[in-house]
Design a protein around this ligand. Structure first.
Ligand code: GLC
Ligand code: CA
Length: 564
């Protein structure tokens, strides 16, 4: 296995808008992160991944860029960026930036030009088509609700937007556009950025014949996925970027919907030279019922074990993978996969155990290290995500769903759940800002916050630090082979990590009731020493029956290490 910094380190993802406001405007910013660099370093992480920080009118919080080479006004300027990068490097950490190159903002000068006339130099930087009579070119519905086409009255043609209408898709068949994009990426690489997370990257190519999509039962629009996702030309574009822009010292990560452990190698295979690894969507909707306002129990084997083991046991040649539960597009980890009420602390620690001992680079989403939860008491007016309002029109105003169920659904599944301000302390607005925050803090910030957990010796925060330190010193947790134990167990996820003579045994009970693990013949517990347990008493031997069966308490997790 080839050694790489981005395989060995632990990453920390920051949704800049919600991390720390340094200048009292209610919006997180780069200087806020600078203030908190020592905190981040104290976790033991090696890399920071920032959600987009480029200039943007913020229709989709920075995923709609109006200047690819400048910083979002609310976040600061290029001098702040330089200081931040320097501060990160001085602390021996690295920076991964989010690059949104599938689309721009409709306020980008290119799009403003493109709309002026069909002959404009920038017209072909975007994707245009004539309508069918008074209707859009086809029936594609966008990811954020409504049609994927918007009429430009001035020129009488429609432009494609697979996300919001303020995010027109760029035309990657255009060579000049590709050249501009490569120069832009080189500009950031030239500043010393260490890695890139390429947003929605497997959408760069589209079927330019624009065939109608299949209209699935209950849907208003046709399914456009087969025509805008994972098309063969995407590979050409990625190879071109890898060849012309990135070097071996960069890490290049792609966000790739519709890709799983069985086919990710088409992007990450070590001979493809496209991406180092991909962010998948495997765990995003675990626990989601058929209706978004209903929660169903986790099927541990199908929802989690099969998928996570699938990623961890791929052939080396197929590429690397991340280990993450949450990001800015999901709900909070402990609310979705644990029990954020009765077993808040234990289940958050159990999930941390799994994340930091599994195979792949752990990406800790800001706030997960203190067990931040869903904001499940938000009302419609508390939400900020642009997609919520388009969908509200599509679902509630059309009578498909009641207002109450829609809100219940948001409480359970909205991505705003994981965009609330970082909970630094029990002071007003969770210590995030002294102004009105752009989105409300979760109402539980007085109980769940950094200041409190730094003091409390068995807090979730201190548990994370302990596990990160363990991972940093134990190469078995990075490169060790992955072998599941008691695979059929429906309550416990257990596995061995093996490197040379060294073995690590990890056991995680995923539910709020006692459970038993059966060890296979080749595992002798007396060969191992208990290294980490999420129960304070660190109780061990009393729970073992005949060395073959381990009894676990609700949400209990254990990490054993052997030398044999
Ligand atoms: C990605 C981002 C998401 C954004 C979308 C459009 O999926 O993660 O937050 O809304 O792309 O750029
Ligand atoms: Ca600010």
């Amino acid at each position: 296995m080839e050694r790489k910094w981005w395989k060995e380190g632990v990453a920390y993802q920051i949704y800049v808008r919600s991390f720390k406001d340094s200048n009292g405007d209610g919006i997180g910013d780069l200087r806020g992160i600078i203030e908190k660099l020592d905190y981040i370093k104290s976790l033991g992480v090696d890399m920071i991944y920032l959600n987009p920080i480029n200039k943007s009118p913020n229709e989709d919080n920075g995923y709609d860029i109006s200047d690819f080479e400048d910083i979002m006004v609310e976040f600061g300027d290029l001098n702040d960026f330089a200081e931040l990068l320097k501060g990160i490097h001085q602390r021996n950490m690295r920076l991964i930036m989010d690059m949104v190159i599938n689309h721009s903002s409709d306020e980008h000068p290119w799009f403003i030009e493109a709309k002026k006339s069909k002959e404009n130099k920038y017209r072909d930087y975007y994707i245009w088509s004539k309508g069918k009579g008074n209707n859009p070119p086809n029936n594609w519905g966008s990811f954020f609700g409504g049609s994927a086409w918007e009429l430009d009255e001035n020129t009488g043609e429609y432009y494609l937007h697979i996300f919001s209408k303020k995010q027109p898709d760029l035309n990657w068949t255009n060579k000049e556009l590709r050249m501009d994009m490569k120069n832009m990426l080189k500009y950031w690489a030239g500043k010393g950025v260490d890695g890139f997370r390429m947003d929605a990257i497997n959408h760069l190519a589209k079927d330019m014949n624009f065939p109608d999509g299949e209209v699935k039962e209950g849907a208003l629009y046709g399914d456009f996925i087969p025509y805008v996702q994972n098309l063969p030309e995407v590979h050409d574009y990625l190879k071109e970027l890898k060849r012309d822009v990135f070097t071996d010292s960069h890490v290049v990560i792609g966000e790739t919907g519709g890709i799983n452990y069985e086919n990710a190698h088409v992007y990450t295979g070590v001979n493809n030279k496209e991406l180092d690894f991909t962010f998948h969507f495997d765990l995003h909707s675990v626990g989601k019922g058929e209706n978004p306002w209903e929660r169903v129990d986790i099927d541990l084997i199908k929802d989690l074990k099969e998928k996570m083991t699938g990623w961890a046991t791929r052939d080396e040649q197929e590429g690397w993978c991340p280990v993450f539960y949450s990001n800015h597009d999901t709900t909070r980890t402990v609310s979705r996969l644990g029990d954020d009420k009765k077993y808040h602390k234990l289940s958050a620690k159990m999930l941390a155990t799994l994340q930091l001992t599994h195979k792949g680079t752990p990406f800790i989403y800001y706030g997960d290290e203190i067990g931040m939860t869903n904001a499940d008491d938000f009302k419609l007016e508390d939400y900020r995500d642009t997609s919520i309002f388009t969908r509200y029109c599509e679902c509630v105003l059309s009578g498909m769903v009641s207002h109450e169920n829609y809100i219940k659904g948001l409480n359970l599944t909205s991505r705003d759940n994981s965009r609330t301000p970082m909970q630094w302390s029990d002071r007003e607005n969770a210590g995030f800002t002294n102004a009105t925050p752009w989105i409300n803090a979760n109402s539980n910030y007085q109980e769940i916050n950094v200041e409190q957990q730094e003091k409390e010796y068995d807090s979730i925060l201190n548990f994370y630090k302990k596990l990160i330190a363990l991972r940093n010193k134990e190469l078995t947790l990075v490169y060790g082979d992955f072998k599941e134990v008691d695979k059929e167990n429906t309550s416990i996820y257990a596995y061995l990590r093996i490197l040379g003579n060294k073995k690590v045994l990890v056991i995680c009970n995923f539910f709020g009731k006692d459970a038993q693990l059966k060890l296979s013949e080749d595992i002798l517990l007396s060969d191992f020493k208990l290294e980490v347990c999420n129960y304070e008493d660190n109780e061990d031997n009393s729970l073992i029956e005949n060395e073959r069966i381990i009894n676990l308490r609700p949400y209990e997790s254990k990490v054993y290490i052997s030398e044999i």
